[in-house]
Design a protein around this ligand. Structure first.
Ligand code: PLP
Length: 392
């Protein structure tokens, strides 16, 4: 007989949950939380507040009773707006039945991958790349296979190298442009070649374009602009474009038959994205567009601070063309990236993300984000440059 509230011997948490790779950024954030006066170069979200008209839209919606579940697919008006926006940007016809509104872009990524990838399949993901791709593959029992984004090639992939990694178990290729952590923006010819490889080899192409509106030099070229073929998922959202990370709102666009599957998957995942956030999303898409350009200019100005601080040395392998990140080369210090990031934080009070977080090729870098005020950014970057130079 067990005593009241006692439990017979339990198995531990699931093996998949326990073996999920954890990001090294957590260690840095925990360490940073114990310090005072830290300059935060690790934070991957805009520091700006969500524009007023979007917040107002959410308040009005809440008062008007938009406080219930929405359909699994998202509110019809929002899906329509996303379809129109996609059609306009890509120059191809996109219907609202191809749009699924999700809980952040991460919800769209998870949904897209679960829609087409089975346990035992392989998914090609970038190295360096956002660590959540690998975690999602792990959680569903798929294998993440890295393809290289070499620093000497401006962090752009070689399509032949990607093709060489395809096996009979490969199901999907995941792309991210503009890229986190690299800041690289894939040019049109490269996108065209990647689209062709996926078509020719019968693979799904899942394109994470969450930073599509934060581009400084080249144009952003969406996979969608080559047509939303039967193998295509395009992912984006509100978090970065409208400084709406906490609202948890994103979307995917794919062919209608796959959209039906993806919509069904929302029920056990989240049921639907927050209805109030969806109304805020409507306010964002039909409101004045100036805020998007203003955010872009703010990040461009800060990107220029970065290039100014790192001019005349080889610590910056590539000037970021989009998103709000850069990889800084720490190899001449002889330290691994986690060790470097910890020491630098403790000695100079600046938090960065160890490159190893983003893949095995990235241990000679730390990632900085330009998501803080110009003054703090310059100070933090100068400390980083001086620290590397002193330890070289
Ligand atoms: N994709 C990339 C490359 C990201 O860096 C992020 C967030 O940092 C996301 C997707 C997730 O976006 P969301 O906050 O909308 O889930």
């Amino acid at each position: 007989m067990l005593k009241e509230n006692a439990v017979a011997t339990l198995a531990p948490a699931s093996a998949r949950a326990r073996s999920m790779p954890r990001s090294a950024i957590r260690e840095i954030m925990a360490l940073a939380a114990e310090q005072t006066d830290v300059i935060h170069l690790e934070v991957g979200e805009p520091d700006a507040s969500t524009p007023g008209h979007i917040i107002e839209g959410a308040f009005e919606a809440a008062r008007a009773g938009w406080t219930k579940y929405s359909p699994n697919s998202g509110l019809p008006a929002l899906r329509q707006m996303i379809a129109e926006r996609s059609s306009k940007r890509w120059g191809v016809e996109v219907g609202s039945n191809q749009v699924v509104v999700t809980t952040g872009a991460i919800g769209a990524l998870y949904t897209s991958i679960v829609t087409v990838v089975d346990a035992g399949d392989e998914v090609l993901i970038p190295d360096p790349g956002w660590p959540n791709y690998e975690s999602i593959a792990h959680l569903i029992g798929a294998t993440a296979v890295h393809y290289a984004l070499p620093a000497q090639n401006g962090f752009l992939p070689d399509p032949d190298e990607i093709a060489s990694r395809i096996t009979d178990r490969t199901k999907a290729i995941l792309l991210n442009t503009p890229g986190n952590p690299t800041g690289a923006v894939f040019p049109r010819e490269l996108m065209a070649r990647l689209v062709k490889i996926a078509r020719d080899r019968g693979l799904y192409l899942i394109s994470d374009e969450i930073y599509e509106d934060i581009v400084f030099e080249r144009e952003h070229v969406s996979v969608g602009s080559f047509g939303v073929g039967p193998n295509v998922f395009v992912i984006s959202g509100f978090s970065k474009t409208y400084a709406m990370t906490g609202w948890r709102l994103g979307w995917l666009v794919c062919p209608p038959d796959l959209a039906s599957v993806a919509i069904g998957l929302q029920e056990p995942l989240t049921s639907c994205a927050s209805t109030i956030s969806q109304k805020a999303g409507e306010a964002a898409l039909c409101g004045p567009p100036d805020c998007v350009a203003q955010f872009r200019e703010m990040f461009r100005r800060r990107r220029d601070i970065l290039t100014d601080v790192f001019k005349n040395n080889a610590l910056l392998p590539m000037v970021p063309e989009g998103a709000f990140y850069a990889l800084v080369d720490i190899s001449r210090t002889g330290l691994r990236s986690l060790d470097f990031a910890k020491r630098f934080l403790l000695e100079r009070k600046v938090a960065t993300v160890p490159g190893i977080t983003f893949g095995p090729s990235c241990d000679r870098f730390v990632r900085v984000a330009f998501t803080i005020s110009d003054e703090s950014l310059r100070e933090g970057l100068q400390r980083l440059r001086d620290y590397i130079e002193k330890r070289s």
